[in-house]
Design a protein around this ligand. Structure first.
Ligand code: S3P
Length: 180
């Protein structure tokens, strides 16, 4: 196997499965799972929905950036990030440092279905048109920053297995257009 990266970062829209896939990957690799949403809630002592309600999104984003800075140098870690983190410009450095970044690609329909199982995402509770705009605005950012892996119709274990294959691939560091 190629030398493994110290950090494997998972990005993607809400409901893409970052935490579930991250858990499996971390177990397989013997890495620590760092879930930035969970860390943020722990530090703030409040659930994310409550932070949005009481302090608003800008306060949430500031906390999220602090958490990313705090975990940026963790070693042997799989870092599952919140869906909005890559689209927030102050976090740019975190996502462009050359760590292995995988974008868990999910259709908006599947994201809605999966998120329906978990009712604590304030940004998905907006009207459907606003959610669609958010989704469409973020896709190019995710595609640019990470290597995309499809998740629709696949279990977290299948997605994790594909990432393991990509990590072992000798072409891991090549851009897709250079690999053909
Ligand atoms: C958000 C995604 C959530 C959480 C917060 C904001 C977003 O994380 O950070 O509700 O802006 O997309 P998940 O992607 O883990 O649901």
């Amino acid at each position: 196997m190629k030398t493994l990266p110290e950090r494997i970062i998972l990005i993607g829209f809400m409901g893409s499965g970052k935490s579930s896939v991250g858990r499996i990957l971390a177990d397989r690799l013997g890495y620590e799972l760092v879930d930035t949403d969970a860390l943020l809630e722990e530090r703030a002592g409040a659930p994310i929905a409550e932070i949005f309600r009481a302090q608003g999104e800008p306060a949430f984003r500031a906390l999220e950036s602090e958490v990313l800075r705090a975990v940026a140098d963790r070693r042997r870690s799989v870092i599952a990030t919140g869906g909005g983190a890559p689209a927030h410009p102050p976090n740019r450095d975190f996502f462009t440092r050359g760590d292995a970044i995988f974008h868990l690609r999910v259709s908006l329909e599947t994201a809605r279905e999966r998120a329906g199982e978990k009712a604590d995402r304030p940004l998905l509770a907006q009207d459907p048109e606003a959610v669609r705009r958010l989704y469409q605005g973020r896709q190019p950012v995710y595609e640019e920053l990470g290597q995309s892996v499809d998740t629709d119709g696949r279990t977290p274990a299948a997605v994790a297995a594909e990432i393991m294959r990509l990590l072992r691939s000798p072409r891991r560091n090549l851009l897709p257009e250079e690999s053909g």
